[in-house]
Design a protein around this ligand. Sequence first.
Ligand code: HEC
Length: 174
Amino acid sequence: MSKQDTHFFNVFSMVIGLLMAIAIGIFALARIVASHTQDKQVLEETDYLRNVDQRVAPFAQVAVAGQDNTALAIKPEAGAAQAPAGAGAMPKTGTELFQQTCSACHGAGIAGAPKAGDKAAWGPRIAKGKDVLYQHALQGFTGTAGMMPPKGGRTDAPDDLVKQAVDHMVQMAQ
Ligand code: HEC
């Protein structure tokens, strides 16, 4: 081999070696960056997570008569404010709120609650004026008979709805 050939080979192998080193370096760098970022933003994507939830959800649900079926209620969109666990869907009218919440105590007059429709129990209360009754229903009230919890415990109910439930009970006692 001539001297020139030897020189060419040396330079040529050095360039090839250098290119390989650069390629391996870029590959390693790409792996490191990927391990920190790849798939992460996908897993944080709310739309993606919702889709996964929908796909893995059981395709049928069975309501059993006489059992608690509240878990079957249609769930609000992910990220939307959730009602407290155990509370059913928000009623639309005061009468519904009364049936769902207030009647637990006022229906049969439990724990000192004035029984709905009982004129003797409600007469003196109605005499206090509706504003007082509204306020006591909204903010809670502890009298001689017992403890009325704010909004009957349904604290996520809008004020107007609670007032309508009061109206409903006042009407029942008239
Ligand atoms: C946990 C039981 C309970 C629930 C549920 C409940 N109440 Fe009462 N409520 C009471 C008791 C006990 C009293 C009587 C307090 C007293 O006078 O000592 C009362 C009293 C009241 C009064 C009369 C207050 C006054 O000034 O005399 C109103 C009005 C009233 N409740 C409205 C409601 C409404 C509306 C709901 C449903 C949103 C509701 N309550 C749910 C227990 C309850």
